[in-house]
Write a protein that binds this ligand. Structure first.
Ligand code: SF4
Length: 219
């Protein structure tokens, strides 16, 4: 995949709603870039690992503008692997929309357009990719940003409970989002644990998987 700051390899662009985060339920245009350097055990977007079409940043912006939603989400795969992702984020912000980027947390999340809301994963042990967490990223996040942790089981929950306390996550960012691996961890169970420990987090249901079939990604 040849790198260029003026273009990105795009897997798909489509209209849907924000499935997760503090903007869940808001109409959203999703721009999914191709490629990821991680292989989380429960990954629900392996279709984005390969393929796609190289498009200029200007063409992506034009398509997003035509889809005309108040929010835009740049996701993947891992969008920050591509050099063109940063100029694309700035160009999307120029449209005056709420722009979010979802990242695995393995890449450096510094130096992005300050208007962008960063939704950064921390990978729990059940993902098989917890060794790839770039802990120094935590210093770069602020009130506008969100940290998301997807949990497979009780071991993952105990891991994140310890990380929240050790790293003071709820003080660092606007939202700490806890999600269940779909079909593996029961959200009722997660809610019971969160209430028992009185955690300052937002339990994050993947709305798109409740509205549509888990394999369907939008209208
Ligand atoms: S970082 Fe995201 S896209 Fe990459 S393997 Fe993990 S869940 Fe899948």
């Amino acid at each position: 995949m040849a790198e260029s700051p003026d273009s990105v390899v795009v897997h798909e662009i489509y209209r849907s709603i924000q499935g997760e985060s503090s903007l869940a339920g808001r109409p959203c245009t999703l721009v999914r870039l191709t490629g990821c350097n991680l292989r989380c055990s429960w990954c629900d977007t392996p279709h984005a690992f390969t393929g796609g079409e190289r498009m200029s940043v200007a063409r992506v912006v034009e398509q997003v503008q035509a889809l005309d939603t108040p929010t835009v989400l740049l996701t993947g795969g891992e969008p920050l692997l591509q050099e063109g992702a940063r100029p694309l984020l700035s160009a999307l912000c120029e449209l005056g929309k709420a722009v979010m980027v979802e990242t695995s947390g393995e890449r450096d999340v510094g130096g992005l357009d300050p208007r962008v809301i960063r939704v950064m994963d921390l990978k729990a042990p059940g993902s098989g990719e917890d060794a790839r967490n770039r802990w120094q990223n935590l210093e770069l996040l602020g009130e506008r940003d969100q940290i998301k942790v997807v949990l497979l089981d009780r071991t993952d929950y105990e891991w994140v409970r310890e990380v929240i306390a050790r790293e003071r996550l709820s003080e660092r960012v606007g939202e700490v989002l806890l999600s269940c691996v779909h079909g593996e961890l029961d959200p009722q169970q997660l809610v019971a644990w969160v209430l028992e420990d009185n955690l300052d987090v937002r339990v994050n249901l993947q709305l798109h998987k409740l509205i549509w079939h888990p394999d369907k990604r939008g209208v």
